[in-house]
Design a protein around this ligand. Structure first.
Ligand code: DX5
Ligand code: ZN
Length: 223
């Protein structure tokens, strides 16, 4: 499949959110990435339901909701009602991950699991066949604009091998520090969804920045 690009609204200008949403609508982006932070699971608070509702009102593409919150089971229905198409929970935040991801599917959403940079990929081995998407964090979650962590490439390859065995359709999403310099190598390693915050919204021409990421081919990788 051609890889998907999901601009992260966290990096948008909240005073002109509608303009930034329209920019994504008019770009080659595939999804809106929506980062929800609770100040507990991560040391930052982003935004909640009112802002998400505003995004939903104008977004013409699916909402990919990344929950960086403890005990996400409490809010799954609310996020589905608020218009989430994909709901991704953190492996580190769920005691009963199979129950949580089953619930996300029952709600009619794509079920994703995000994994922090220090958590072994092997911790996904018994859940990977039951979910639709894994989000490999390539920064420590909590903030946009951080430096990409290099071990991500090896972790993608490890997950790709696991997925080939147990769930070849698995979407492998990379979140944090994605840019035009590392995209080819990420795709080459096996990623097929790329989140991009600052790379898109801080660009002089955000629509062109999305197109650049969308058009990069894994064969362009320089090893
Ligand atoms: C980090 C968030 C990311 C972030 C990505 O905790 O999950 O989605 O917005 O931003 P950039 O692309 O700027 O690293
Ligand atoms: Zn995210």
């Amino acid at each position: 499949m051609k890889h998907l690009i999901a601009p992260s609204i966290l990096a948008a200008d909240f005073a002109h959110l509608q303009d930034d949403i329209n920019m994504v609508n008019n770009s080659e982006a595939d999804w809106f990435h929506v980062d929800i932070m609770d100040g507990l699971f991560v040391p930052n608070i982003s935004f909640g339901f009112p802002v998400m509702a505003a995004v939903k009102k104008y977004a013409q593409k699916p909402l990919d909701v990344h929950l960086m919150i403890v005990d996400p089971d409490r809010y799954l229905e609310r996020f589905a009602e608020a218009g989430a198409n994909n709901i991704t929970v953190h492996l580190e935040a769920c005691t009963h991950l199979h129950r949580t991801t089953s619930k996300i599917k029952e709600l009619g959403c794509i079920a994703g699991v995000a994994i922090n940079p220090h958590t072994p990929i092997a911790a996904l081995s018994d859940i990977v066949e039951y979910i639709d998407l894994v989000c490999i964090m390539s920064v420590n979650p909590g903030f946009g604009g951080q430096k990409f962590i290099e071990s991500t490439y090896r972790r993608i390859a490890e997950l790709k091998a696991l997925a080939m065995e147990r769930n070849p359709q698995l979407l492998i999403e990379i979140d944090g520090g994605v840019n035009e310099h590392n995209t080819a190598a990420l795709l080459h390693a096996g990623a097929n969804v790329l989140v991009a915050g600052n790379n898109v919204f801080s660009a002089a021409d955000p629509i062109a920045a999305v197109s650049t990421l969308k058009r990069i081919d894994p064969s362009q990788v320089k090893i």
